[in-house]
Design a protein around this ligand. Structure first.
Ligand code: ADP
Ligand code: MG
Length: 149
């Protein structure tokens, strides 16, 4: 699977990187976001949402699993699956109907539901490296070439 690595040194740079990706979003796009707490998954989603034209402010949906934003060029389905205990919970919220629908699905903590992430999803992994500074982030994007960027 083709992989590309991007590096950012501030929240603003990550936001901008994601915003540009949001500008190129297409219906049915699925982004599986992984990385530890506080690494920047929600910030990435906020930048992406702006690129998509979302007007509402995007926050972490940790206590709801799913937040839908309808004000952009297409719906944004923002999942945060950190608190799911069993994969069946994803069935209950209709996960497949969303990800195979005509919006863009952004899934925080996608590594926790790996079995449910389709092959064609774009995988974005964000990591810190304390040796490179507090605000450094390494963003690894897999499946990059396969997507319409
Ligand atoms: P997550 O959703 O992964 O738990 P958040 O997006 O809520 O993380 O928080 C990321 C935090 O890290 C924010 O406070 C943000 O300002 C900070 N931060 C510092 N440097 C960066 C960077 N290069 N990219 C993204 N976030 C960064
Ligand atoms: Mg988050």
């Amino acid at each position: 699977m083709p992989e590309r690595i991007f590096e950012t040194n501030s929240p603003k740079e990550t936001y901008e990187f994601a915003r540009q990706m949001g500008e190129k979003a297409f219906p049915g796009m699925i982004i599986a976001l992984s990385g530890d707490l506080g690494v920047g998954k929600t910030l990435f989603t906020q930048g992406f949402a702006e690129g998509l034209g979302v007007k509402e402010s995007v926050s972490s949906p940790t206590f709801t699993i799913l937040q839908v934003y309808d004000s952009g060029r297409m719906p944004l389905f923002h999942f945060d699956v950190y608190r799911i205990a069993e994969l069946e919970e994803m069935d209950e919220i209709g996960f497949e109907d969303y990800i195979f629908g005509d919006g863009v699905s952004m899934i925080e903590w996608a590594e926790l539901i790996d079995e449910l992430i389709p092959e064609e999803a774009l995988r974005v992994r964000i990591e810190k490296d304390t040796e490179k500074g507090f605000d450094y982030r390494k963003i690894t994007v897999s499946n990059y070439e396969d997507n319409r960027n």
